[in-house]
Each structure stands twice: as C-alpha cells, then as structure tokens.
Design a protein around this ligand. Structure first.
Ligand code: ADP
Ligand code: ADP
Ligand code: MG
Length: 538
C-alpha cells in the first residue's frame, strides 16, 4: 500500500518512517532516499502576493523550484512525469497551474535567494543587464522606484550586496511574466529600501500578476502579503506547508508558536511585543559617556554627537546603508581610530562585526570553549543562549564549513559568551530566519537584563528593533557622503525621528503588540503623519 499520497498512488513509493501519522500523505518531493522531504505546496493566486514564512531548511526554496518548473517533483517516490503531479493535486488550486506548466504555458521569473552568486555568472554593466531583461519597457520606472540611477554604469562585479539585490529584483520585475517568485528580497537592504521593494512587488499583484515571496523580515512580509503560508517541520529533515492564512492571522499564529487549524505547536513559548507604556525608560546607572567623534575617510565623513549609555539597556542603532553605523561601532570597539576625539575608557568591549571573517581551523565547540569554557557548560547560558540559537547541533562542525546563517549564530554566541561591559553587535539578523531572529533578540534582551550589561545593536528588522530596544540611536545624512549620529533617544522620539526620515508609519497589532507598516496614503498613515506620530499612537 501507499500511505503517502493524497490520491491513488501511481508508482512505487518508498515508505517513510519516523513521521507523525497525519503526515503520511501529501509528500511532494524528497531529495534521495533519506533526504529532506517536502509536504504540500503553497497556492498561487492571480492578483495576489502569497508570502512564505518559515525556518531555513524547511523547503521554501524547493517549493519555489517546483512551482517554477525547475524541479519535477518525484512525489517522494520514483515519479517522473507531470501527469501524476496533476493527478495528486486534482481538485486543488494548483491542478490547473501544473497542467499549464506541463504544456509549457507558464511564463515565470525567479529572483533567486543568493544574489551574491550573480557576479559569477553575469558580467558587464548594470545598464546592459537591465536593458536585456526589460521586456515590458519599464526600466526607467524601475530605476526610479528602486533608486538605481547612480549604479547604472557600474560593473556588476563591483556592486555591494544591497545594490546586487535591487538590480536582481529590478531584472525580475522587468520580465514579462505571469508568475513572479522572489526568494528573500530584503537581504542586505535597509528599511527604506525594503519598503520600496515591497511596494514595487505589491504593484505587480495589483497589475494582476501572481506573486510569491519568501521573506524573513516580518514587517516586510506582513506589508507585502495578501495571504501567507507558514512552513513548519524539522529543518533539514522535512517541511510542511500550512493551509493558506490571512496575513495578520498567519503572522500572529506564527508568533504564538501554534497553528490552530493544524493543531501543531512548533515553539514552546509565544513572542509578545511591549507597548510604550510598558517599557521602562533608563533608570539604572550610567555605564559611560562617550565623547563626540569624527571619522573622515575623505569621500565619507561621520560626525558623532556625544551621548550616554546606561547599564542593563539595549540600544538599537538605525539608519540607511552607507551612513556610518559600522564606522561608529568600530570606533567604540577600538578597531578604527577616530580622526577627531578619542575613545578613552576602561570598559571591556565584546564586538561582533557585520562581516564575519573565518580563519579558524577547529570545530565550533573548540572555538566557543576558547572564549569561555565555564559558560559553555552553565545551565544559565544553555537555557538563555546556546540552546535557543541551536548551537549544540553545530558543536562538532568545522567552523570553516559553516553556512552564512550558521556562522552568524556562532559569532553571536561567541560575542555574548565573552565577559564584557559593553556588547556591540553589527547586523546580527543577517542570514537568519525569523525563528532565529526572535531567538537572538530574546537572548540579547535576557542576558543584558540579567547580567546588568549593555548592548548596542545595529539592525534593520523593525520587529527585532522593537523587541530588543530600550532606546534607539538614529543616524542621518546622505549615504556614502556624510553621516551624523544622534545621541540615544527614547523609543517614541527615536522611532519618530527615524521613520519620518524614511516616510513610513506603523500601527500596532492589538493581539500581539507587533508593529505593522501602514499602507502609504491609508487613513492611518495620513492621520499619523499629520500628528507626527510615526510609530506610537497610544
Ligand atoms: P529553505 O529554502 O526553506 O531554506 P531548501 O528548500 O533550500 O530550504 O532546502 C530544504 C532542505 O533540502 C535542506 O535541508 C537542503 O539541504 C535540502 N536540499 C536542498 N536542495 C537539495 C538538493 N539538490 N539535493 C539534496 N538536498 C537538498
Ligand atoms: P553603514 O554601516 O551605515 O552601512 P559604514 O560605516 O559601513 O556604513 O560606511 C559608511 C561609508 O564609509 C560608506 O560610504 C563606506 O563606503 C565608507 N567607508 C567605510 N569604511 C571605509 C574605509 N576603510 N575607507 C574608506 N571609506 C570607508
Ligand atoms: Mg554596516
């Protein structure tokens, strides 16, 4: 018998062991006999953006590759034709889609996850690449919407991550297709760029296209999507697509850690966000007052106003790309000398750089034991840091074999294990999935509160900023030319200052307290802009 197909099994399927009973059906694709297995697929809907939310290694990219026709799903057996796939999805919204895909009648385009690989396969100038892609004659509009004018004549080889991302997105949008897939469009982008991209993607749906987006920034996913699928399972082993859900409900049940329709709890705790009224403003002792500083690179100049930081607080550092956030953090870490002013203090600083270099031969466990062997064994650090970040699973791995997200978690753990007064973390959410971002946020918060230490965290993910921050430090200016670092401010003033620069307002979800970006020009957006409350209305 065949227990893994929804309908009659047309081929010899392998039996799957070790899987909950309810999952013995709907297996869509398996990589090799004991490889990763994907259950069910997300829907595609004309005129809608379908958002995909879930951990790394649960089959999101695999689903995109199946729906875009790149992989013929083996139905977890030896299937080798589309007719069986169509049969399996009979009565499902995807039946019709697969019929057209089989006939070759689907025009689709994929923005791949790893934009850093693009320069390896595409050479030449940005303008030429985009001109070749421009089947719809929309290049000029896209260049404006995604702010690409200054880089049109650059070689693709010379682009930064954020520039490559926007070029790849523009190239996909310029294609004349019916189905658009965007795999992690916000990586490397600052908040303003993320929301610009989100708006451009929404426009495709408004034009009647079917759009699917895999995204780990919850504020962006929430803003983008008409419906979402949550993916759950065991990373690397199997992944299951939930039923489609309304965006608000989908994100909320995700934060809850529990899918009611599926009756699955995938996280032991829920995530809640604190309202302004529930936040404690800094009441502790001052840790240090840093002086005003200037760093002049010639082409770029950063001015830092002096400011105070307190014990037991977490301060988020926000601002566009190229405004000097990393430069500031490096000066505090003693990695970069200021051109004017001096960082003279007795503080012990622990620093996680934005770009993590690997020049270590041993395993993850060996590396972390060198930092602090006692903490590695302490129950407190296991509960608050090591287990939530999934580090025990990485202990035996060689540091130089780790993926970007694995390396990021090791670097964060190494930084937080070190004994210090001040922790500096530059973009800790890069390469992490939503679940890991939430785990990192919780770990930073708890460790600073319980150990009465201080953290400064450079971050672009609004939900993470909201979750971890006591106060916020805003960087303003002209990216790539000059930047100004304002002293840390309370959340209300800081978010107002920052978001008015960006031109986006947020409201709060009544159930979870999470921030949700208002659609531009909506009633709430206009009201909040009028009274100058970009972030807190109560
Ligand atoms: P996600 O996009 O959710 O991070 P992927 O779909 O990329 O997940 O991968 C899901 C799992 O399938 C991972 O464990 C990955 O290692 C495995 N996998 C992906 N592609 C292949 C492949 N071509 N062969 C074998 N295993 C693969
Ligand atoms: P952010 O972290 O806000 O993205 P950075 O501090 O990394 O910004 O960079 C600010 C500006 O300073 C950028 O234009 C960058 O190119 C420039 N810059 C950074 N480091 C150097 C350096 N060592 N020499 C010259 N310019 C630099
Ligand atoms: Mg930086």
């Amino acid at each position: 018998g065949c227990g893994i197909c929804v309908h009659k099994c047309p081929f010899n399927a392998i039996t799957i062991v070790n899987l909950p009973e309810e999952l013995r059906e709907g297996c869509v694709h398996r990589y090799g006999v004991n490889g990763f297995a994907l259950y069910r697929l997300p829907v595609l809907k004309e005129g809608m953006v379908v958002g995909i939310l879930g951990p790394n290694g649960t089959g999101k990219t695999t689903a995109v590759r199946i729906l875009s026709g790149e992989i013929l799903p083996n139905l977890c057996g030896s299937n080798d034709n589309w007719d069986n796939v169509i049969r399996m999805f009979r009565g499902n919204e995807l039946q019709n889609y697969f019929e057209k895909l089989k006939e070759g009648n689907i025009k689709k385009v994929v923005k791949p996850q790893y934009v850093d690989l693009i320069p390896k396969v595409v050479k030449g100038k940005v303008r030429d690449l985009l001109t070749r892609a421009d089947e719809k004659g929309v290049l000029e509009k896209l260049v404006q919407e995604l702010e690409l004018l200054n880089i049109l004549d650059r070689e693709i080889q010379h682009l930064s991550g954020g520039e490559l991302q926007r070029v790849a997105i523009a190239a996909a949008m310029a294609r004349d297709a019916d189905f658009y897939f965007f795999d992690e469009p916000s990586s490397y982008l600052d908040i303003r760029q993320r929301l610009k991209v989100a708006k451009a993607i929404r426009k495709l749906a408004e034009e009647g296209k079917s759009v699917m987006v895999v995204e780990h920034d919850l504020a962006v996913l929430d803003y983008l999507s008409d419906i979402i699928h949550v993916v759950y399972g065991k990373p690397g082993a199997y992944g299951i697509f939930s039923m489609p859900k309304g965006t608000r409900v989908g994100v909320n049940v995700f934060l809850e850690g529990y899918l009611p329709e599926e009756n699955v709890r995938f996280r032991p705790y829920q995530i809640r966000f604190t309202k302004l009224s529930e936040r404690h403003s800094q009441t502790g002792d001052v840790l240090v007052e840093y002086p005003s500083l200037i760093k002049d690179y010639g082409n770029f100049k950063l001015e830092v106003e002096s400011g105070e930081i307190y014990k037991s607080e977490v301060v988020s550092i926000v601002g566009p790309n190229g405004i000097g956030k990393t430069t500031f953090v490096k000066m505090l870490a003693g990695v970069e000398e200021p051109s004017e002013g001096k960082v003279e203090w007795e503080l012990k600083v622990s620093y996680k750089p934005q770009y993590i270099k690997v020049d270590y031969e041993g395993t993850v466990y060996e590396l972390l034991s060198k930092v602090d062997p006692a903490k590695l064994l302490s129950n407190f650090y296991k509960t608050e840091l090591l287990n939530p970040l999934g580090l025990p699973d990485l202990y035996e791995r060689k540091v130089d074999d780790l993926s970007g997200g694995e390396l990021q978690r090791v670097a964060i753990a190494a930084c937080l294990l070190r004994d210090a007064d001040l922790y500096l973390l530059d973009e800790p959410s890069a390469y992490l999935d939503v679940e890991q971002r939430l785990a990192v946020s919780r770990a930073i918060r708890h460790l600073m509160e319980k150990n009465e230490k201080t953290a400064l965290v450079v971050e672009h993910d609004v939900l993470m900023i909201d979750y971890i921050s006591d106060r916020i430090m805003v960087f303003e200016g002209e990216p790539g030319k000059h930047g100004k670092a304002l002293p840390p401010m309370g959340m209300r003033d800081g978010m107002n200052r920052f978001l008015s620069n960006v031109g986006i307002t947020f409201r709060r979800d009544p159930d979870t307290g999470r921030p949700r970006a208002n659609k531009e020009g909506s009633v709430k957006d206009r009201e909040q802009k009028e009274i100058g409350e970009y972030y807190y209305t109560i």
